[in-house]
Design a protein around this ligand. Structure first.
Ligand SMILES: C[S@@+](CC[C@H](N)C(=O)[O-])C[C@H]1O[C@@H](n2cnc3c(N)ncnc32)[C@H](O)[C@@H]1O
Length: 349
């Protein structure tokens, strides 16, 4: 899966299990959806899921995993292009080349993000998707499913340590493997959900969900800068690459930056928790982040009956690091019609 800061890929099943202990609701919202990881597991458990994010890159993944109930049929595309099967569509995308693309010049020749051969293949596939979209051959689900599949296939050949803020000095062995477009798996659920784009507070204010899951950014790291290239590709826009920046970040940065910085703060979370109607609130947060754990615990304790779980920090080896990166899962149940002054129960799982 695409490498994404804060992705809960490795802990999603465990988190969803904790989130749904003793829970009987049917709707859930994931306000800071990222790649839609938790939303997809909740959808698989039969919930009708709504996700939200400020960026188009995560929205493409969320749409493919949360909204789509099956691989889109590409009916109009098939009819007009004669590409009769999903295999023929993949084959078409995998055999495109665009040696003169801006992507080759700016992200291979000038900056070693991709080998020249991969940059040409990636640009070729992207040009085809962009053209199909401009020719009105794709529905929203088809466009987003294609883009999520494309970005998920591109990321493994990026010569990076995980984000697009810098490329590696030497070619990583994975970057040398040829780009090959594959379909992203679809998560089947009882019903398809919604994937909304925008600021969580604006988009979810006043809405009602049985379960509200919050996995906010843990620090002021700007996702729109770290993932600038896939974000431009997901938006089907050629970026206005800054020639003076080694990262290739566009000259004009996205409007989302200020919204991402705002959502890091405690008062933003506080407002969100009080603006959305929920029966159960689940907050996942990491030690050593922007909001001190004691401040967050106090805030959540006032919202309902609180239980707290600590997840072992998988992937970290030293004790100091493990402690620093432990994840806390707060589960808050609201009594019908009122807030209960919370009693904290801490458990390690
Ligand atoms: C910690 S990540 C979530 C990761 C996600 N749980 C997953 O497993 O992939 C936080 C996400 O919040 C998004 N975000 C930041 N500020 C936001 C805001 N104001 N409204 C909605 N989403 C926001 C970021 O773009 C990022 O995708």
């Amino acid at each position: 899966m695409f490498r994404y800061f804060g992705s809960k890929h490795s802990s999603a099943t465990q988190v969803a299990e904790l989130a749904t202990i003793g829970f009987s609701g049917t709707t859930a919202a994931d306000a800071f959806g990222g790649l839609g990881t938790i939303g997809a597991v909740l959808k698989g458990r039969g919930l009708k899921v709504t996700t939200c994010d400020v960026l188009m890159l995560p929205n493409a993944f969320q749409h493919a995993r949360i909204v789509c109930q099956e691989r889109p049929r590409f009916t109009r595309l098939r009819k007009i292009t004669g590409l009769q099967t999903s295999g023929a569509i993949l084959e078409h995308l995998n055999t495109r080349r665009a040696d003169r693309s801006w992507l080759v010049t700016e992200f291979s020749t000038q900056r070693q993000f991709f080998t020249r051969s991969n940059a040409s293949r990636i640009a070729g596939a992207w040009n085809a998707i962009k053209r199909w979209n401009e020719d009105d051959l794709l529905s929203e689900s088809e466009r987003k499913y294609l883009l999520a599949s494309f970005l998920n296939s591109m990321d493994p050949c990026a010569n990076t340590a995980g984000t697009y803020y810098a490329h590696l000095k030497h070619w990583h062995r994975k970057a040398l493997k040829p780009f090959q477009m594959k379909w992203i798996p679809v998560q089947v659920g009882a019903t398809g959900g919604q994937a909304l784009v925008g600021d969580a507070l604006d988009v979810l204010r006043g809405k009602t969900f049985d379960l509200l899951y919050l996995d906010p950014p843990y620090n002021r790291r700007d996702y729109s800068r770290y993932y600038h290239l896939p974000e431009s590709l997901a938006s089907l826009k050629q970026p206005d690459t800054n020639p003076n920046r080694a990262s290739g970040v566009p000259i004009q940065m996205l409007d989302a930056s200020s919204l991402i910085r705002r959502s890091v703060e405690a008062n933003y979370l506080q407002e969100l928790i009080h603006s959305v109607h929920w029966k159960r609130l689940v907050v996942q947060y990491c030690e050593g982040s922007e909001i001190p754990m004691s401040e967050l615990r106090n805030m959540l304790n006032k919202a309902g009956k609180l239980q707290e779980y600590v997840l072992p920090a998988l992937g970290y080896t030293t004790t100091a690091q493990a402690r620093q990166h432990q994840h806390h899962i707060f589960i808050i149940d609201k009594a019908p019609g009122s807030f209960i002054a919370g009693k904290t129960i801490t458990q390690a799982v």
